[in-house]
Design a protein around this ligand. Structure first.
Ligand SMILES: Nc1ncnc2c1ncn2[C@@H]1O[C@H](COP(=O)(O)OP(=O)(O)OP(=O)(O)O)[C@@H](O)[C@H]1O
Length: 402
């Protein structure tokens, strides 16, 4: 099978180049595997061009190629989107990726290979390459979340903006954090910059209305029930009307695909890996929502109410770092967050096939959408629709060596 090696030398702390030269390439040599090309990206967007150029060289009718990719999630996002926008003159082969985590967060890699306390710093980064090199390599299909922005001046005639995620599509607090943390990247390349940006945004609420759609073949939108420790049909999703409508304001709205975590310890969608179970189910998005109005002590929106709720939003994010415990949190009668009881859940943890987010025109920040770290802006009067997609067959799309 054709093999391309690509790495981004500036991802994360910039250690990718050394890792490839000292470990990845020697390991391939030791196993007598000779890549057709070894490339280092030289600029944003370059990874997509390198893979597209490589695909142009493989013989017509090639079923699959392998790509060893050293980067974070952002470079993978670029690559998927670049290939998606290629003119479709000939069908692309299946692209089997061996991931080498070189980025800041490496959500996809950390979800595929959850870290353990006795991980060796180098070997722990070579697990997907070792899976590729094994005598019977196993791959898992990569599901995708396709976000389409529509509306705004020009209406129907305006080209729609599309972004494809392999990890996350979000609005509200997470999109604001990613928007602001980009400005902090130069001064703080570590994950701390996400916490700094979180503190800058934790008191905001976002005005929007949301629709949730069932996954294909499921019939219902599902919601996580902490008592059952399982997803159950959402009470507002019926056979006659399976679409769930949610009113704002929203503090948090984030969907994941393929992953259960966004950083090695931040398990924001703790059941997110279940949907990859190889039982032929359709792709799904796990959506994590926090709406302040579920709090029994909720008051009309005011600066004071938002400041008061910020502590609760912070508690949710903190519990996500405790192995995803936030999905079990509830309110007691006076709005205190507790781990037991029968009160309303603080988080609405949803499993669905897609969502639509329509921001209120006056709320500028509710117009941000984050797709794997890329920030898109919904045009005024428009909305974002995100849908889960799965590879159509074994000969198309992306898969990961695992
Ligand atoms: N040679 C280069 N010089 C500058 N930027 C580059 C180069 N090659 C790739 N890039 C850009 O680097 C950006 C960051 O890369 P990547 O997402 O892989 O790492 P990260 O942001 O540190 O990790 P993560 O997404 O896991 O947090 C990408 O958006 C990509 O466009």
């Amino acid at each position: 099978m054709p093999l391309l090696v690509v790495y981004n030398p500036v991802s994360g702390d910039g250690s990718g180049g050394a890792l490839f030269k000292e470990h990845v390439l020697p390991l391939l040599k030791e196993k007598n595997v000779t890549p057709d090309r070894v490339e280092e990206t030289t600029a944003p967007g370059h990874a997509g061009t390198l893979v597209a150029d490589f695909l142009a060289t493989v013989p017509d009718g090639t079923d699959a190629v392998s790509v060893i990719l050293g980067s974070g999630d952002g470079t993978l996002h670029e690559l998927i989107n670049a290939l998606n926008s290629l003119p479709s003159s000939k069908p692309l082969p299946r692209i089997n990726l061996a991931l080498v985590p070189c980025g800041t967060a490496n959500a996809l890699y950390a979800s595929l290979f959850p870290p353990t306390p006795d991980d060796d710093p180098v070997q722990s980064r070579l697990k997907s390459v070792n899976a590729f090199l094994s005598s019977s390599p196993h791959t898992v299909p990569l599901n995708l979340a396709v976000t389409v922005l529509s509306g705004g001046p020009g209406g129907q005639s305006k080209p729609r903006q599309v972004s494809i995620s392999a990890v996350v599509a979000s609005t509200a607090l997470h999109a604001s954090i990613l928007h602001d943390s980009e400005a902090l990247r130069a001064s703080d390349p570590s994950m701390e910059r996400f916490k700094t940006a979180a503190m800058q945004n934790i008191t905001r609420w976002y005005a929007a209305s949301v629709k949730l759609f069932p996954r294909e073949g499921a019939g219902f939108v599902e919601v996580f029930d902490p008592a059952a420790q399982a997803f159950v049909p959402h009470e507002a999703s019926t056979e006659d009307d399976p679409i769930v409508d949610l009113a704002g304001p929203f503090a948090y709205f984030l969907s994941t695909v393929n992953v259960d975590r966004l950083e090695p310890k931040f398990r924001i969608a703790p059941r997110g890996r279940d949907v990859l179970a190889p039982e032929g189910k359709s792709a799904a998005l796990d959506v994590v929502i926090v709406r302040p109005m579920r709090d029994p002590s909720y008051e009309m929106e005011s600066e004071e109410a938002r400041a008061k709720f910020a502590g609760k939003a912070g508690a949710v994010l903190g519990a996500a770092y405790q192995d995803g415990a936030h999905v079990n949190l509830r309110y007691d009668e006076i709005g205190k967050i507790v781990a037991e009881g029968t009160g309303p859940t603080v988080v609405e943890y949803i499993r669905c096939g897609g969502w639509e987010w329509e921001p209120d025109d006056i709320d500028e920040r509710a117009h941000f959408v984050c797709a794997d770290g890329d920030i898109l802006t919904i045009p005024s009067g428009g909305k974002a629709k995100c849908t889960a997609a799965t590879p159509m067959s074994d000969n198309t799309g992306f898969a990961l060596y695992a």
